[in-house]
Design a protein around this ligand. Sequence first.
Ligand SMILES: Nc1nc2c(c(=O)[nH]1)N[C@H]1C(S)=C(S)[C@@H](COP(=O)(O)OP(=O)(O)OC[C@H]3O[C@@H](n4cnc5c(=O)[nH]c(N)nc54)[C@H](O)[C@@H]3O)O[C@H]1N2
Ligand SMILES: Nc1nc2c(c(=O)[nH]1)N[C@H]1C(S)=C(S)[C@@H](COP(=O)(O)OP(=O)(O)OC[C@H]3O[C@@H](n4cnc5c(=O)[nH]c(N)nc54)[C@H](O)[C@@H]3O)O[C@H]1N2
Ligand SMILES: [Mo]
Length: 702
Amino acid sequence: MNAQALRFVPPGTLPRNGTVKGACPHDCPDTCALHITVENGVAVKVGGDPDHPPTHGALCTKVARYPERTYHAQRLLQPMRRVGRKGQGRFEPISWDEALATIASRLQAIARVDPQAILPYSYAGTMGYVQGEGMAGRFFNRLGASRLDRTICAAAGGAGLIHTLGAKVGMDVEAFEQSRLILIWGSNSITSNLHFWTFAQRAKRQGARLIAIDPLRTDTAEKCHQHIALRPGSDAALALAMAHVLIREDLLDHDYIAQHTLGFEALAARAAQYPPERAAALCGIDAQVIIELAREYGRTRPAAIRLNYGVQRTHGGANAVRAVACLPALVGAWREPAGGLLLSSSAMMPERADLERPELAPAGERRVVNMSTIGDALTQDDRLRALVVYNSNPVAVAPESEKVIAGFAREDLFTVVIEHFQTDTADFADILLPATTQLEHFDLHKTYGHWYLMANEPAIAPLGQARSNSEIFRQLASAMGFTEPALQASDEALAREAIDWSHPRLAGESLESVRAAGWVRLKIASAPFAQGGFPTPSGRCEFHSDRLAALGLDPLPDYLPPYEAPTAQYPLSCLSPPGRNFMNSTFVNIESLRGRDPEPACMLHPQDAAERGISDGQMLRVFNERGAFEARAQVSDRARPGVVAAWGVWWHKLAPGGRNVNAVTSQKLTDLGAGPTFYDCHVQVEPVLALQVGAQVPDLGK
Ligand SMILES: Nc1nc2c(c(=O)[nH]1)N[C@H]1C(S)=C(S)[C@@H](COP(=O)(O)OP(=O)(O)OC[C@H]3O[C@@H](n4cnc5c(=O)[nH]c(N)nc54)[C@H](O)[C@@H]3O)O[C@H]1N2
Ligand SMILES: Nc1nc2c(c(=O)[nH]1)N[C@H]1C(S)=C(S)[C@@H](COP(=O)(O)OP(=O)(O)OC[C@H]3O[C@@H](n4cnc5c(=O)[nH]c(N)nc54)[C@H](O)[C@@H]3O)O[C@H]1N2
Ligand SMILES: [Mo]
């Protein structure tokens, strides 16, 4: 395939026929480069760019369906106003002028009394600088709204990395191909990071060993040479015991430790408390497995760790990431390009800190609301009077659904939702606004799983009356009477202002060159920490963190037991990892994908099933004191005994019984970063008798 044959369209022109360069907007480490084929003004195909190394011409099943999603009959195509009760999902069409005027007058009335009674709620429905927080952030800064702490995904792991390596930095995903040993730790890569898996497979073909560390024998674990099925939330104990063995057997890189780390003696003292036998008991695995894992890790070069966020969704999530992130420095794995660790490399992107123009905000501190406890915030904090939701579906994805739903159902809460579809959250909107999809708007994309900056050109005109997020916030700013030019910056200006173009990692590049090529690789040394130079205060990998000590916290990584232990009432640990055919709650409403995953499934071990008289394929009720949901039993020894797994975040209203797995998850927060603890959750499971299906849980208000 060559560029000529594809008839690429120059940036900024909508083709009648031709190929447009795009970027996948989703919250995924792969951020693929897209080729969008347009015929007679219609986007007929979305494919992967064969020349973009991380994408290597392949897309996941979901994003290959992007045209189906974009042209879906249920796309929201006009602004609407609520006519039914909150949550009922009944709306009538209104004009854009009326929608904007209504929102402006409601927000103005609230802001006159207390601007911090208004809260934006958004996450990574799109990862772009322009359609993400670029203009929205400016608008809410100018308004002086409450600030949202965007913790729902990566806050604990981010804090763990920051307090060990200094920032979200990590290996080049392409270098994994040359690794000799790859630990795939808390990651079902085939589902959630497919393009990494290609590099891991190439390494495997060249003789590398792959080891999965995961409570479940996932599709990924199944294809590794070894699978270590530890208990959820026990990773820090495993990593500290590995350190214990590495130290005891002197499998260390003394020179690297002396030159590029801080606090080795203190870490050694901590690791001394975790002999393999103790960790084995905590992890529910054999001590010998830990000893051999440590030996293999200490003796194989280059050794790489693909850590993912699955490891940080329990009480001690940040400490777990900290403990694992110490390992590469102990053995000097960072010396080679194919050694080290990758969780997120987003801080390697040379972005500017002021895209959202903090100086537009009124003087004084503004309070912060944690998005992961929005249920409590809306039901207990009566200061909140208005929510503006975009790029997120909190009613489905936030923990402890009954509280979230009760909060969104408040009649006194003015709620604006900007969406592609009438999601669970949209059902609670007072005003529902139609947003453009990635095929219909321009954006510039940060990435966190590879080292490229990506551009997305619009391929088609907005469908119906859909408008882009950036356009909607510009128009809301005007409707509110805000006159600052920064609130009218064009999409192109926002993209230009997102990035520090003078940074050496982008030497010779410009917005124009990125747009023309579709993507550029950041200029980063192939083994970025071979000579240390970590972005910590000390410049070293900080086993011991003075910053944590100054906060009165444990300066060393440690194992923190999960909040929820098995009890007689709720004996089963409930995980809810990503589903292969969905992206969080996105795509759940796309029929062709649901055809592959027709209803929520819950995997459980044959022993746990037998004890409860459950057979494969039977409908289950999964419950605890917070709530209940229903799912089809998948009886399989891929689950550890005592662990059940409900895949994917379903829309409540598309799940039998009207509830998804977040009915049972809790709002407790992680050790550092105030992140959610989705996988720190215990439940009981029982078969549903035919007559009871759907009878247990109250509906969403219909
Ligand atoms: N298809 C698809 N891809 C996605 C997503 C999606 O929903 N669907 N979501 C995207 C998003 S938002 C994110 S944040 C990323 C990453 O999302 P992650 O949440 O990191 O998802 P996974 O890579 O599936 O890794 C989770 C794995 O961790 C395991 N796990 C659970 N608890 C523990 C534990 O305590 N210790 C260990 N070692 N393992 C544990 C689970 O069994 C599961 O196999 O994926 C992105 N990619
Ligand atoms: N139980 C459980 N819950 C979880 C998780 C889990 O593992 N288990 N994972 C958590 C994680 S890692 C994450 S990241 C969160 C994700 O939670 P969310 O960030 O809410 O992600 P999505 O569910 O994908 O919803 C994104 C929404 O944004 C909309 N959207 C996309 N692009 C645009 C746009 O350009 N404009 C506008 N206005 N809207 C747009 C989509 O239509 C979609 O409805 O969920 C969390 N929830
Ligand atoms: Mo996430």
